[in-house]
Design a protein around this ligand. Sequence first.
Ligand SMILES: N[C@@H](CCC(=O)N[C@@H](CS)C(=O)NCC(=O)O)C(=O)O
Length: 205
Amino acid sequence: MIDLHTVATANGYKASIMLEEVGLPYRVTAYDLLKGENFKPELLAINRVGRLPVIVDHGVEGESLAVYGSAAILQYLADKTGQLLPKEMRARAKVLEWMGIISSDIAPAYSGQFVFNVVAQEKQPWAVAFYDRLCSRMAQTLEDQLALTPFLAGDEYSIADILAYPVATVSMKRYPGNLDAHPNLARWAATIGTRPAVQRGMSVP
Ligand SMILES: N[C@@H](CCC(=O)N[C@@H](CS)C(=O)NCC(=O)O)C(=O)O
């Protein structure tokens, strides 16, 4: 059994989609960030960052193993089940490369845009313009890749697509025109959105 500690955000959905895709049994504990529930001592005890998602796998050689962060969770579950991460060196490197692009280039751009466009009480025009430009560039990066290959890392659906899908459909969707202006990105999102596991994962918690 796996415990999933999560929130209804793009990062949370990445973990729940993956758990649905690989078909492992899991139970969900949801947290309210507005109430600061992510700083509960029992959560800090398994993840000192105090952020979500976190999984606790109770079936690892008789002991529990906690893994924090969407990319690490996806890779862990892919390794555990042998699904959605190729073993062949080149194909694996491309999946891991896209995992890195999504985690350290694309997701932070959309987080920054959210902070400066939505959360900020006083809008700073330079910051709004900076993040809008950065996000347009990142959306174009995905569009250009998906013009070449059906999925991010090539011909096969992989954990790179799972990591990117909630960003594309939750974070990018906040800014109208982003998906509409990128036909290959929209085609890819529509294809992934038909997967039953993705639909189930997107409704957790
Ligand atoms: N790098 C982490 C980021 C996780 C993250 O930012 N989680 C947010 C929810 S989407 C959170 O728990 N925020 C609470 C906080 O920062 O206090 C991932 O990819 O999962």
